[in-house]
Design a protein around this ligand. Structure first.
Ligand SMILES: O=C(CO)COP(=O)(O)O
Length: 128
């Protein structure tokens, strides 16, 4: 079994919040393998973290990460969705959320929830 990864995804309207979140959690995230959608991955790299960047969301990146969820390669998903935005790939977004729920993979869709999800997982040794 490959090492499981944390997935990080942010819509464009939430990328600034995602970068702020990464900066606040750099220590906790530094030893964890990260996978991200394409453009999000560039921001993750700029924040100083290594990342496996998939395709951009509208080109299938959410679907690639959804497939990893199904194949038990993902420990948790941080997905900062923009509730005010419209996205051509909304079906892929819904698929990812549905598959996290189906496979009981922790999913946080805003920074407050993501903070407590990571904190709890670190405290319980689920990210080491
Ligand atoms: O659209 C996205 C998630 O649905 C994010 O994709 P990018 O990281 O490529 O911007």
């Amino acid at each position: 079994m490959t090492n499981k990864k944390i997935a990080i995804i942010a819509h464009d309207g939430k990328k600034a919040e995602m970068v702020a979140f990464l900066k606040d959690h750099l220590t906790g995230l530094s030893n964890i393998e990260i996978v991200a959608t394409g453009t999000t991955g560039k921001f993750v790299r700029q924040a100083g973290l290594e990342v496996d960047a998939k395709l951009s969301g509208p080109l299938g990146g959410d679907a690639q990460i959804a497939a990893m969820v199904v194949e038990e390669q993902i420990k948790a998903v941080v997905f900062f969705r923009d509730p005010l935005g419209k996205h051509p790939h909304e079906p892929d977004v819904q698929m990812l959320i549905r598959l996290c729920d189906l496979h009981n993979v922790p999913l946080a869709t805003n920074p407050a929830a993501a903070h407590f999800m990571l904190k709890g997982m670190i405290e319980e040794g689920k990210l080491s």
